[in-house]
Design a protein around this ligand. Structure first.
Ligand code: ADP
Ligand code: MG
Length: 358
């Protein structure tokens, strides 16, 4: 079932998945910098992460137009649905309704997303939990992940963590069908944090946009730790996506060779973290303790067709570790690859078909 091999590892530090064939990071590529004969390439930011796009279309204007629409879509997703900070978003309003007898009527899209998240919570035996808002706020993850105020960061006290944990737990949500959506009832103080599936929903929406625009024939879009591939290159040949080496994030441990449409999500302790008094704290929390998950996994990459589940599974598998995580991924028909703290790489049998060691 599983395959083990040892990879030579070097130094230690931070990042995500390498996107082979994407534009260099930096600023948005100016028109003049675009290679007229090649695909449209852009680098920009949305949803708190760097978005890199490589888009193939017969007409370059069509590729450029797609890239603009995609950036608008991502900004809209954050503003109208996922942000817990912007008072224009559904999550913000839903969180504000916690403790009220009326609850909050979710849109069809967020109802479906929450249903998927609750199923993943159950199947992961609670390791994946989108009701950790009270705890993620306490850790101030968003602030230090965005590079703000990290010098004076102090981890929360045990007492505060215990209090916040009392306000978490998917088992304490109540959902009631109403029209095309679900009405959500959360206890006082509970808050949704959809950080673990936000990029997954974004990948789903981008795939729908791609399917809608017949002029785009191929694309690779990278949103931090999540990447999607779509269609093909005019010159043929597969997509090649590198998996970052958690021990040297300027390098990759290997390459996935993929044809057509795929989603690839990586969760790791090296992507977003903060240090205080020589201790490093990362952003994937164990719902049992409210503290950063303390297993022997450095990073997990999940490969599957569905974007939302791909993103959710990579977070869940990070917490569960290779034994349980591999089984969970298998239940969803996903492939998984774990980079362990001792440098060992463990992957599902199916992943071996796509992965080649660097
Ligand atoms: P990233 O968002 O950097 O790509 P992940 O997809 O792994 O990384 O999601 C991590 C985010 O998910 C955290 O920043 C936090 O908002 C949220 N989160 C942390 N721990 C959990 C958990 N156990 N279950 C669900 N969501 C979590
Ligand atoms: Mg995730």
């Amino acid at each position: 079932m599983k395959h083990f091999f040892r990879t030579v590892v070097t130094a230690l530090t931070a990042a995500a998945v390498l996107c082979c064939g994407c534009a260099d990071t930096g600023e948005r590529k100016a028109d003049a910098a675009q290679d007229a004969a090649g695909p449209w390439q852009s680098v920009d930011t949305a949803m708190g992460t760097v978005v890199q796009m490589t888009v193939y279309a017969e007409r370059r204007e069509a590729a450029e137009a797609f890239s603009g629409q995609a950036m608008e879509l991502l900004a809209g997703l954050e503003r109208e649905e996922l942000s817990w900070r912007l008072d224009t978003s559904e999550v913000f309003l839903a969180n504000g309704s916690a403790g009220s007898g009326e609850g909050f009527l979710l849109s069809g899209e967020l109802s479906a997303l929450l249903s998927d998240c609750l199923e993943l919570w159950e199947r992961s035996e609670g390791a994946f939990d989108v009701t950790l808002g009270a705890v993620t706020r306490l850790w101030d993850i968003d602030r230090w992940a965005a590079g703000e105020a990290s010098e004076d960061f102090r981890p929360p006290s045990e007492e505060l963590l215990a209090q916040a944990l009392e306000r978490c737990g998917s088992g304490r949500l109540r959902l009631v069908e109403e029209g095309a959506g679900l009405r959500l009832y959360m206890p006082e103080g509970m808050g949704l944090d959809l950080g673990a599936v936000g990029k997954g929903l974004a990948m789903e929406k981008l795939l729908a946009l791609l399917a809608d625009g017949p002029e785009v024939t191929g694309a690779v879009i990278s949103l931090g730790g999540s990447i999607l591939t779509y269609g093909s290159k005019p010159e043929g040949g597969p997509w090649r996506v590198g998996i970052v080496d958690p021990f040297d994030t300027s390098d990759s441990i290997g390459i996935l060779t993929l044809e057509g449409q795929w989603c690839i999500s990586t969760s790791g302790d090296y992507q977003r973290y903060v240090e205080a008094d020589g201790v490093r704290y990362h952003h994937i929390l164990d719902p049992e303790t409210g503290a950063p998950a303390a297993g022997d996994v450095r990073g997990v990459t999940v490969l599957m067709k569905d974007g939302l589940l791909c993103d959710g599974l990579s977070t869940a598998c990070y917490i569960l570790g290779p034994e349980k995580g591999m089984d969970l991924a298998g239940e969803y028909g996903a492939e998984a690859l774990f980079v362990m703290a001792d440098g060992t790489v463990v992957m599902s049998e199916g992943m071996e078909r796509y992965f080649r060691e660097q």
